[in-house]
Design a protein around this ligand. Sequence first.
Ligand SMILES: [Zn+2]
Length: 73
Amino acid sequence: MLTSSRNRHFAHSNLALTDRTLVKKCRNCGRYFVVKNLNVEYCSRLIDPDEESLDNRTCSDVGPKRSYMKKLE
Ligand SMILES: [Zn+2]
């Protein structure tokens, strides 16, 4: 888990991104993950990590589609 002090640090480092570690909250699963690019909104975790599962999609695969579907409804 990340502490709130880490989040404060992140907020203050927006103008000096260079080689710092950036952490964002995934818009699909809500977990924090490390990004190199602030434009990234979704992590690359498997949405169904079960070994038996044939579903190998990740949040970054399904996240954008999910919000797109919502707009259509
Ligand atoms: Zn995610």
